[in-house]
Every structure is written in C-alpha cells, then in structure tokens.
Design a binder for this molecule. Structure first.
Ligand code: 5CA
Length: 437
C-alpha cells in the first residue's frame, strides 16, 4: 500500500477527554474516529490491527476444538426474561422496540441466546462436550465510557460458551479455555496474569480475569513477579497437564483490588518480588454451572436416561479493547511499536523524495514490488515531505521495520532499521531473509 492512497487521517488536534496514550495515539494516527460517546468507527489502520488480533484469538480458540459460529447483535427480551436477567441487567442494557412493538435489545453478552440455540437441538449427553464461540459486537450503555476503545459502549468481543454433563467435566472445559487464553496473550506478546475474580452480573462461583500490567489500567494489581516465570507453552492440551497448569498458577499470589488482602499479600510474597501496579482486564472467564440452563430448561439426558440441566461456562476476550491495551503495554519513549504479529504492516519503506529527485522513489517502488512478491505486507511512504517529519510519523504509526532510502543506500544495499534500534546497511536479499525469519 502506498501511503498517499491510504485513508489515514493523521491529526494533531486531540479532544480534552483523550487522557491516556492509547486513546491519543489511536486518534492521532487515524485508527478510530469517535461517532458519539463511547461509539467509534474503525478506520483502515485500526481495523487492520483489530482484524489481526481477532485472527490470533480465532486460531487459539480453534486449536482447543472450539467451533466458530455467529449470533446476531439484536436479541429478543423473551429469553432474558426466562433467565431472570432482563430486570437485573438494569440501565446498561440498550432496549429497543421493533415496529410491532416487540421488545428487543442489543446484546451485552450471549449466555441466554446460546442456551436457547443449544436447548433446541441437543438432547443427549452423547453430544457433549461442546465449545462454541463467536466474535461479535456487543453493546453496554456504560455510565462513563472513557479511555477510547478501552471502555466504550459498542465493543468487539470474542465470547465462547461450554456445555458439559457434569461439574467435573465442565472444569476440564474451563481449564482448556484458561490455557488457550494464556497462549493467545503470549502470541500477542503480552504478559497476561490470570487472577481469581468476582463474577458480577454473569454469575457463578469460579472465575478468572486475565490482566495485563499497564500504569493506565483501571484495576489495582497485587502480584508476585514469579508468576511470569511460568511458561504456558510447557503444558499440553491434556486434562492432567491443564489441571497442573491451573494449580501452578493458583499457587502464586495475584489479585485485583476486589480480592486483595494486605496481610495475605505481605505474608506470601517476598518484598523484592512484590508487584503493586495497575492492570487492564483483557479477558474474563466464568464457570456458572446451571445458572442459565436451569431457569431456561436446557435439559439433556444423562447416561441413565435421567434429565439434567447442562453445565455451562462463558469465556470473553475484549478484542477491540486489546488494540488499546497493546498500545498501553508497548508504548515507549514517544514511540509506538506493535508486536510483529499484529502490526498494521510488516515493514515501511521511507524514501527521501524531493521535487527534483524522484530516483529514490523509483528505487523504493522496486524494493516494494520485490517484497510484495514475497507476500510481505509493505507500506511505502511516497509522499514528498521532509524526512524528519516522515520519521516522526512512522514512530507514531509503529510499523516494526523500516527501509530508509536516502544518502546511505547504495545500489542494492539499503538502510534497514528495527524501530527504536540502530540502523544497519543490508542488501535486499538479507532484508528479505531477516523479515522471513
Ligand atoms: N459473558 C462473559 C464472558 S463471554 C462476559 O461478558 N464477560 S465480561 O463482561 O468480562 O467481558 C469480556 C471482556 O470484554 C472483558 O474482559 C473486556 O476485555 C471486554 N469488555 C467488557 N466491557 C467492555 C467495554 N465496555 N469496552 C471494551 N471492552 C469491554
């Protein structure tokens, strides 16, 4: 993509409410545009990053055997009345009526809808276990939407739901999700800590939040830094190994302010290992057994032919929130640096161009075509603008690698640079090799 053709409305004017880095940067680099309070349009650059995150989330869900589907954003009030949450959910739920006067709502979450889908077709334990998920917009009429995409009204969420015969089996599904979450955040180059959590309006008695550390987070975090020594990749997708993983994590202290107790923290964590900071919740998983299946009459035949309520859990990842959360976690010295797995482009070519000298642009186009042939997602800054402005712009956008075509490039050798690092002169072949590796 040539930057002159890309719709990337870079702006310097920031609204006063953009207080945190991710919100400021996403507006400045034209990743998002606010449409009304807490509701955003995702412009090409922001959308591209979000789609890459979504794809990593999807791959990790598929790898534990979860099946993707798609439920609508608009739901009927009937099912929420059955579960008893229609009144409980309160003003956060956006309620609407169609032309026949039927009560509808914009889904804030999907426990009721998936239970309705499930009960209409599954009748026997033989079809269990099942893990289903979708990636879909949600709406919560947050009283104080803030921090850009971190706490908004309309947001993009991956929500998964598990169905099992017994509590014991259901905990195995829970462990699988726990594992897939750690792998997902690892692939996103984030250090996420699973923390025992309260269940709030979703309900149940077993729940973990996945929190990444960032000064601008909304929750207070108290943790033992040894938790980062656990490598999620060393566990296998087998019930025994996954149970061991849960136990290993639960042995090390980590709590948000909701569960934090000063005496316990100081007793169980050495002073030098204590982390006291803020965090951003990027995922939350719940086990609530028959909280929805019982009132909604979602019954299955067990092995003896007796009807029993199916045991359920739900598992959310804030896909749109992750875009902001990654910025908060990675922004450093006025430079944005996307993890390579989600960067909007793999590399940017920055030629020095002037009215009288188009030679560098021609060279840049050749390099561009060569890299494109290798399936490298490349951005070419073909705008006639001074180099220091160009560098500032690319520090903001955060594409992880740059090829600079100016006085230092010669013949088939170019200045190659990883953002925030020193540059080196490399041949195009070596650049290709580097990018491939
Ligand atoms: N039904 C459950 C699991 S599917 C559920 O809704 N859980 S949740 O409320 O914790 O939301 C899941 C994730 O969505 C959160 O961890 C968070 O990352 C994201 N999220 C929640 N509310 C918002 C919001 N207002 N703005 C942006 N992201 C949000």
């Amino acid at each position: 993509m040539f930057i002159s053709k890309l719709f990337i409305p870079i702006t310097k004017d920031l609204p006063a409410e953009a207080k945190i880095k991710s919100h400021q940067l996403m507006l400045r680099t034209g990743m998002i545009k606010q449409s009304s309070a807490g509701i955003y349009s995702w412009l090409p650059l922001g959308f591209k990053v979000m789609k890459k995150i979504e794809q990593i989330v999807r791959e990790e869900q598929n790898s534990i055997g979860a099946q993707e589907m798609l439920m609508p954003t608009i739901q009927s009030s009937e099912i929420w009345k059955e579960s008893g949450r229609y009144d409980d959910y309160g003003e956060e739920m956006l309620r609407i009526k169609d032309r026949q006067g039927r009560e509808l709502l914009y889904g804030p979450t999907n426990e009721e809808l998936i239970t309705d889908v499930f009960r209409s077709s599954v009748k026997s334990y033989k079809s269990l276990p099942q893990l289903l998920y979708h990636i879909q917009w949600k709406f919560r009429d947050e009283i104080r939407p803030r921090f850009g995409v971190m706490r908004c009204k309309e947001f993009y969420m991956k929500d998964a739901y598990s169905f099992d015969l017994s509590d014991e089996e259901a905990k195995k599904s829970y462990n699988k999700m726990f594992y897939s979450y750690l792998k997902t955040f690892d692939k996103l180059d984030l250090k996420a800590i699973p923390m025992a959590a309260d269940t709030g309006p979703i309900g149940g008695d077993l729940s973990h939040e996945f929190v990444i550390l960032a000064e601008t987070g909304e929750s207070d975090i108290y943790a033992d830094k040894n938790i980062f020594k656990i490598d999620p990749n060393k566990y296998k997708l087998e019930d025994g190994s996954l149970q061991k993983m849960r136990e290993d994590y639960s042995k090390i202290y980590a709590a948000t302010d909701e569960k934090y107790k000063k005496e316990d923290f100081e007793k169980s964590v050495k002073k030098e290992d204590q982390i006291i900071t803020k965090g951003i919740e990027v995922g939350h998983i719940f086990y609530f057994s028959d909280k929805y299946s019982k009132p909604m009459n979602c019954l299955i035949d067990d092995k003896s032919g007796k009807k029993t309520s199916v045991k359920m859990g739900s598992y959310g990842i804030g896909v749109s929130r992750l875009v902001g959360a990654i910025i908060e976690a990675k922004y450093n010295n006025e430079i944005m640096k996307w993890p390579k797995t989600v960067a909007p482009f793999d590399i940017v070519i920055i030629p020095s161009i002037s009215k009288n000298n188009k030679e560098n642009l021609e060279k840049a186009e050749k390099v561009y075509n060569e890299l494109k042939k290798q399936n490298i997602d490349v951005l070419l800054d073909d705008v006639d603008e001074n180099m220091s402005n160009k560098f500032k712009k690319h520090d903001l956008i955060g594409v992880p690698y740059q090829i600079i075509i100016g006085s230092k490039s010669d013949g088939d050798s170019f200045e190659f640079k990883e953002l925030n690092e020193k540059s080196e002169i490399l041949s195009l072949d070596n650049i290709k090799l580097k990018l491939k590796s």
